[in-house]
Design a protein around this ligand. Structure first.
Ligand code: FES
Length: 131
């Protein structure tokens, strides 16, 4: 039976297989495949849910444009799976809605410059509502 999908693996020199863990389950993929490719191989759908409505999404463009491939990889949330080469033992789980931010994710200078930027924007909006 001919392959009904338009996708075909490119011929590569890689014959090595690695194991990644998708939602804790081992999945064998080729060395050089991306984390998003691993998710597609494993059939993890949806691989993320949206921030606003919580609707399901899966990798789409596989070239860094659509951001539908956001995953939690090795404990780091909102990683762009199609731009992340998979490595042996990688832990990949679905990204559920918004990334959880901790106070420790930012330095004091990050926070003060963000507050300054927000203040400048608020000041501009007060001066010119079209901004
Ligand atoms: S699949 Fe589109 S940015 Fe990753």
């Amino acid at each position: 039976m001919p392959n009904a999908l338009p996708f075909k693996r490119l011929t590569t020199n890689s014959t090595e297989w690695i194991t990644v863990y998708i939602e804790g389950q081992p999945v064998k993929i080729r060395q050089g495949d991306s984390a998003a490719a691993a998710v597609l191989v494993a059939g993890l759908q949806p691989s993320r849910t949206t921030v606003v409505s919580g609707s399901g999404r899966a990798p789409y463009c596989m070239m860094g444009v659509c951001f539908e491939c956001l995953l939690k990889i090795d404990g780091v949330e909102n990683v762009q799976g199609c731009m992340t080469p998979a490595c042996d033992g990688m832990q990949i789980v679905s990204q559920q809605q918004a990334r959880q931010l901790n106070r420790t994710d930012f330095s004091d200078s990050d926070l003060s410059s963000a507050n300054l930027s927000n203040k400048n924007l608020t000041d501009k909006k007060n001066e010119d509502p079209s901004v």
